[in-house]
Design a protein around this ligand. Structure first.
Ligand SMILES: NC(=O)c1ccc[n+]([C@@H]2O[C@H](COP(=O)([O-])OP(=O)(O)OC[C@H]3O[C@@H](n4cnc5c(N)ncnc54)[C@H](OP(=O)(O)O)[C@@H]3O)[C@@H](O)[C@H]2O)c1
Length: 248
């Protein structure tokens, strides 16, 4: 059985990835603050096990406990691979840095950077002794490299996740049973996050018009197409640990 841990599979890209992974001998464990009705309706069908854990990723002090629970759901004896996709993320707060509320900045960095760092570290610790395939994809963004006006939290979190990915890949080279890890910018996808971006006041996000245009011109990928690309990469021989890639 292959085990897939996906954060933020209740909607958007995470749901797209999880739905692509529904299949025989697959075990999906998802956590977010709400559940995907579509994913839930597939529980127990197609010889696929789906577990939902309700968790708010801003509670970073509880990540250890969460990951123990996750690994207690995994039968490591029959494992053909354990995979983690750190997908959950937020865009807000948006606006010039000095106008953002300190609590919102702190929560953003907890959800987009600290939680995936801690989840990854627990994943490594709890699977260290396992000889099976172990892979992580961190969902990044073009914003990791391009400084958008109004997105100081988002750009900083994503730049952090790219560097974290490279550090972990370096550390894992020395391990007996290494974890492979990549950072992936998935392209622009038609999700609630894009809707939030299009609804941001222009004085807070000066690139708003460009994002409205992407939608109007049909340039957004569907969550299922983007999910398919992430699934293929996760299971591919071409998975290159330590790399940061852009799925344009
Ligand atoms: N959409 C794009 O164009 C695009 C482009 C580049 C990168 N990305 C990245 O892709 C990833 C997914 O984004 P998306 O567009 O699919 O966004 P989305 O539609 O807003 O979905 C975000 C997911 O994250 C979860 N989440 C948010 N806050 C959470 C919290 N505090 N605790 C637990 N889960 C939380 C949400 O679940 P709940 O609300 O149920 O908690 C939801 O499942 C993000 O990392 C984003 O930065 C998106």
């Amino acid at each position: 059985m292959k085990h897939f841990i996906i954060t933020g599979a209740s909607k958007g890209l995470g749901e797209g990835i999880a739905l692509e992974l529904v299949g025989p001998n697959h075990h999906i464990i998802s956590f977010s603050r709400s559940e995907s009705p579509q994913l839930k309706s597939l529980t127990g069908k197609n010889d696929c096990i789906i577990d939902f854990l309700l968790f708010d990723l801003k509670n970073t002090e509880e990540v250890d406990e969460l990951m123990f629970k996750v690994f207690s759901l995994i039968n490591t004896g029959n494992s053909e691979g354990i995979y983690l996709v750190n997908n959950a993320g937020v865009i807000n707060p948006v606006g010039p840095s000095e106008e953002n509320h300190p609590d919102d900045v702190e929560n953003h960095i907890k959800i987009n950077l600290i939680a995936p760092m801690l989840i990854t570290s627990c994943f490594i610790k709890l699977s260290k002794h396992l000889e099976t395939v172990k892979r992580i994809i961190n969902i990044s963004s073009g914003a990791a490299k391009f400084p958008y006006y109004g997105w100081s939290s988002y750009c900083t979190g994503k730049a952090g996740i790219d560097m974290f990915t490279q550090c972990i890949a370096t550390e894992q080279q020395k391990q007996k049973y290494p974890v492979e890890i990549m950072s992936v910018a998935p392209g622009i996808i038609d999700t609630q996050m894009q809707e939030t971006i299009r609804n941001t006041p222009e004085e807070k996000f000066i690139h708003k018009k460009k994002f409205i245009e992407y939608k109007e011109k049909g340039h957004l990928k569907s969550p299922s197409d983007a999910g398919k690309s992430i699934k293929e990469l996760l299971l591919s021989d071409k998975f290159q640990s330590g790399k940061i890639i852009d799925l344009l």
